[in-house]
Every structure is written in C-alpha cells, then in structure tokens.
Design a protein around this ligand. Structure first.
Ligand code: ADP
Ligand code: MG
Length: 387
C-alpha cells in the first residue's frame, strides 16, 4: 500500500520490541503518535513503553493482522524480522523499509552483490555454499573471516581462519550453512554513516561516526569534525547514499565501513534500521536517528540534521553489572551523573548478562577536549576500559 502522510494522533507500528524499537516509540510518542509493537517477549523493552504490545511470533498470522489493523504504517527495528512477515504486512499497510531491502540486508552474499552493483568496494570475498566452493577458495583470501550469510550479529557467527584446514573445520563448526569468506583486512579504524530517505527519494545523512569495537561488539562511538578522516568521511557519505538509492530505500539505513591502514576504505555491511553507532544523535543533533525514522515512515519532511555538540557514546554492556563479582550490582549511576554533559539511556531490561546491551551513555560538551575528558572520567567510574 502506498502512503499519504500519516499525521500525529495516528498509530505507528514496529516489528520487534528491542531497545531500537523502544527509542523509536519514544521519538514517535514525543510527536503525538501512538505506537504498537509486535514481539513475543512479554518484557520486551519496546513493548513495555508502547500503547499496544502484540505478544506474538513474527510470523503469527493473527498477530500480523492485529498489528496491521491498529497501525497506519509499520517499520522494523531488527534486521532479522522475516522478510515474509514484512511482505504480508505490506499487502495491508505501508511498510518501510520494504521487504526486499530488508531481505538483501539479511544476507551477506546478497548484500555484497548489491554493494558491487552500486560501485562501492567491499573486502575480497567468496560465497561458500558447497564443498566445491570451499575447495575452490583462492589462497589470496587467507587469512580470512568466515561469516554465516544470515543471522550474524555482534561478531557472532564468525570464525577467523588462517589455513584451508582451519577454513574447512570452521565451516563444519558453523554447520555448513551458507557463508561468506572475507579476506582479513588490516584495519586502521571503523566508521559508519546513517542516512534517512523518504518516499519521494529525498535523502539526508548524519555525520560519519568513528566506531571502536571490542570482542566484535560496538564499545565507543566518537562524532565530531575530523573524528573520521575527511576524505574517507566524504566518500563514505556518498557511498551510503548510493547504496540507499540503489535499494530505492525508505527509512533509516546504516552502512559500516572499514578504514584500511593504506588510507583506502571498503564497505563492511549495512543495517536496514537505526544503529547502535547512531545513538549519539539523540543528544548531539537537532534530529536523532529515531526522529528521522518516524518522519520517513510517516511521510513527513526530512530536513538535513545538524550536530550541535561534539559527542562520544559509550555502550553499557551487562558486564558492567558484574565488576564486583558474580552478583548483579547496578553501576554507580548517581556518582556518574554528577558529571556535566552526561546523558544516561537505559533500556529497561530486567536482568544483566555479560555482552547484553543494557543501555548507553552519550557525552556532549563545548569542545572535543571537554567531551573526551568527561567520557574518560565516566568510563573509569563505570569500569569501562579507556579508549
Ligand atoms: P556483525 O554483523 O557481527 O557486526 P561484522 O561483519 O561487522 O559482523 O564484523 C564484526 C567486527 O569484526 C567488525 O566490526 C570488525 O571489527 C571485525 N571484522 C569483520 N570482518 C573483518 C575483516 N574482513 N577484516 C578485519 N576485521 C573484520
Ligand atoms: Mg557489524
């Protein structure tokens, strides 16, 4: 279904009840929308703050019908929502991003083919779906990273391999599901770019984000002029725009890049939704990535966002609840909140687990120097390794 503008007062639906859905719901509600969430988990972060929580499986016929019935338009907050569910919803209501774009982003092999179609370089790689393809792998791809084509996240579903024997063993370890083998590249840094594209093809972007990963999980994002070196920053924005354009994308799209030690860059992967690396925009920009998601979904104008403060985002993983041992203890929030320019975001998850994303901290301030100093102080107080 196509869309006329959905005005405040209507209900916006979201597939998935994680933290990204929760922050979408907050942004939508601030503008006077009602929200509906479909997620099987009774305690899902977005379900807890939405006007309606349809507690059903993502492919549940009745659940999808209910979501469509109560929503004027539907978006998604996690990329592994079955594309089939989006297609079914799309028969009843406007859905953004569309099922086809989400299906491409869900599959590393299709994703890389799309990057190639858009003329954007990615890591040398080979698709491995059969023994034949496994043995035919060129030596130049080793050492490499074997990644499952589907369902990988936060470094899960990946194995680093040095030799052909290790490659064969890794594929068996991954149950011989379809995979992509990527050459291991000498990274200097990683960055990402978020764009929002409307139904009319109008597109805006957030400033490029410099990302530090630890154990495959995003740990720190820094965004200020020069945090991503200027030539790469400009080129990454152009590449992200081309990728969104090529998908005829509607909504918020994040593209991750590797900056290589020789000064060149390649695209890594994309997410058809707001992204952890874009959380700084909630406190450092006049439009956050969630505001953009609401506007793109509702068919509202998308003016170019402006960053009004340098920003550093620190991810708050469940590990921080266990710095004193095996009993779960909340980090010292009151002491940390004494610091000026600190914005605490917690996702309402009932229990902490190591590696679980519990919240994030945005630090803003007058200068890059001030923001860095505060971020390091906060990190020390919370037990986050310095960066
Ligand atoms: P995920 O879906 O888990 O985010 P990614 O493909 O982004 O998977 O990989 C996670 C992290 O692993 C990357 O952010 C990067 O730090 C590292 N990595 C992945 N692929 C490569 C590669 N080809 N060369 C070097 N490092 C890599
Ligand atoms: Mg990634």
């Amino acid at each position: 279904m196509t869309l006329s503008t959905v005005l405040p007062g209507a209900t916006l639906g979201v597939m998935g009840g994680g933290q990204l859905g929760r922050m979408f719901a907050h942004a939508a509600q601030r503008m006077g929308y009602f929200t509906a969430v479909l997620d099987p988990d009774p305690a899902s972060p977005a379900g807890l703050v939405s006007h309606r929580h349809i507690q059903a499986d993502y492919l549940d016929q009745q659940g999808l019908a209910q979501l469509a019935q109560c929503s004027a338009a539907v978006t998604t907050e996690f990329e592994n929502v079955p594309a089939d569910a989006l297609s079914r919803l799309a028969a009843l209501r406007p859905v953004a991003p569309g099922a086809e774009a989400v299906a491409i982003a869900q599959d590393r092999a299709r994703e890389k083919a799309h990057f190639a179609r858009c003329g954007v370089p990615c890591a040398p790689h080979a698709v491995i779906e059969s023994e034949l393809q496994l043995t035919a792998v060129e030596a130049a791809l080793l050492p490499g990273v074997l990644k499952t084509s589907r369902l990988g996240y936060d470094g899960k579903g990946q194995v680093r391999v040095r030799t052909r024997d290790e490659l064969a063993a890794a594929w068996r370890e991954l149950n011989q599901v379809p995979c992509v083998l990527e050459k291991l590249l000498p990274l200097a840094a990683e960055c990402s770019v978020i764009v929002a594209r409307g139904r009319d093809g109008g597109m805006v972007h957030l400033p490029p984000q410099l990302n530090l990963h630890r154990d495959g999980i995003l740990a720190v994002t820094e965004v200020y002029p020069g945090s991503v070196p200027p030539p790469a920053a400009v080129e990454a924005i152009a590449a992200t725009r081309a990728i969104a354009q090529g998908l005829d994308y509607v909504g918020v799209l994040c593209v991750e890049f590797f900056l290589l030690q020789d000064g060149t860059w390649v695209v890594n992967e994309m997410a058809p939704r707001p992204h952890n690396s874009g959380h700084y925009s909630m406190d450092a920009c006049d439009l956050s990535q969630f505001d953009l998601q609401v506007r793109a979904l509702a068919g509202l104008p998308l003016p170019q966002p402006r960053q009004h403060s340098p920003a550093i985002m620190l991810n708050l993983l469940g590990d921080l609840w266990f710095t004193a041992g095996d009993t779960e203890t909340a980090p010292p929030w009151p002491r940390m909140l004494e610091l000026a320019g600190v914005h605490l975001h917690l996702y309402g998850k009932h229990s902490a687990r190591r590696g679980r994303k519990m919240g994030h901290l945005n630090i803003t301030g007058e200068s890059v120097q001030a923001v860095r100093a505060t971020a390091l102080q906060a990190a020390t107080l919370l037990g986050i390794e310095a960066f």
